[in-house]
Ligand binder design. Sequence first.
Ligand SMILES: [Zn+2]
Ligand SMILES: [Zn+2]
Length: 166
Amino acid sequence: MLLNIVKAKAQSGEDIPFEISFQLDDNLISYKGYKFLTPAIVKGKMNYQNEKLLIIANVNFKILAICDNCSENFEKNINFDFEENFVENFNSHNEEDYLINQTSVEIDKPVIDNLLLNIPTKMLCKDSCKGLCSICGKNKNFYSCNCKSLEDELEKLENPFNQLKK
Ligand SMILES: [Zn+2]
Ligand SMILES: [Zn+2]
């Protein structure tokens, strides 16, 4: 997705606000079983000075995630900020920078690079998610079962130390 930077170049040294949105490729997150539910909205400001463009922006989108605890699908809002430099050429600059294509920059590159760092490694449908019963497999957020008390009983019977204590 190309972001036009003509205005920033014409008004060198000034903060130029921008907002752009685009759909991200599901392949970026499908390895985790997630899907994008909304386009990414990238909102921020750019500043061009000394052959260098600084972009400071906020990214916001929704994904369909899978709870690591109970395996249910749920909607998760992802929101993060990034700050990246674009340069006219790499000769005298850091290799971590991105390249300017004369009048535009490919804004999706830094968004994608920062995206994976900002998707939580552990996803829970809610902080209080009770997960699945380890015995019967029921989702304990929706169903109650008597497995726990049964498990306790079995443990009492089977644990040899309990037998010794007796
Ligand atoms: Zn859950
Ligand atoms: Zn159970």
